[in-house]
Design a protein around this ligand. Sequence first.
Ligand code: AHR
Length: 300
Amino acid sequence: SSTGDEGAQAGSGGDGAITVGYSQLGAESGWRTANTESVKQNLTADKGFKLTFVDAQQKQENQIKALRDFVAQDVDVIAFSPVVETGWDDVLQEIKDAGIPVVLVDRTVDTKVSDPFVTHIGSDFKAEGTKAGDWVKQNAPDAKIFELQGTLGSGAQVDREEGFDAVVGSQVIGKASGNFTRAEGRTATEAALQAYPDMTMIFTHNDDMGLGAVEAIEAAGKKPGTDIQIVSVDAVRDGLQALVDKKFNYVVECNPAFGDQLAELIKKVHAGEDVPKETVVEETTFDQTITQAQVDARPY
Ligand code: AHR
């Protein structure tokens, strides 16, 4: 060839761009919307990427189909956020056989395939559950808790529950899933108010379900944050607003805005450079001392 670089670009965007197939699990929550925005803002053409982004609408079969399409397209790197932990063995083996590196984002997998991904970036969900449990132990040791679980079998549900229950599991009087959405959080709480009339607290695995719980509690003529305390995870703006409004009592942050770190990881993985197996994003906690100005400054 005249320039000698066509070979080096084979299998990539053709203009030197890194082709990335990204399977996002859905758009179920404010957190997810912020996460998708962060990913799209950082995997851009001017930063050297050619991104194919597919939203699976919280269905594993849609994710598996998208992953198989990425293999057929022979993308340079596959990134995905798995809706649940199990059920990925076949497709992960197919990706491995095709020699395409996998970057796991946000949630985790539980698989028999050896070395199924090069690197994982996301939260320490168990630590988030532990932080929530520690607050309850300190501030409401007599609370009778209903646990509003995320999507059953997801890393975020399994690990938050494990972390929380290890600290204050003896106070949990009932559990049900709200699938990480506001609507299902509301219906699960309506049922729980009937089933567990003595509950004094809800530990919700995300803000959206907690906001649905606020609606259900208010509709039942009770005061969220007072009659029934709410401890949540995420810290999206709506969740923090509920904290200022004294409807939530404590929020553990889950940070969705790591698209810049993800972009760096993908570049290194594509270049065959060493990357850490695990990148845990930075997170904090918020209580009712938060100010309106802090909430207004929240970017998502
Ligand atoms: O996996 C992260 C979790 O998924 C967030 O806490 C939740 O809001 C989202 O749906």
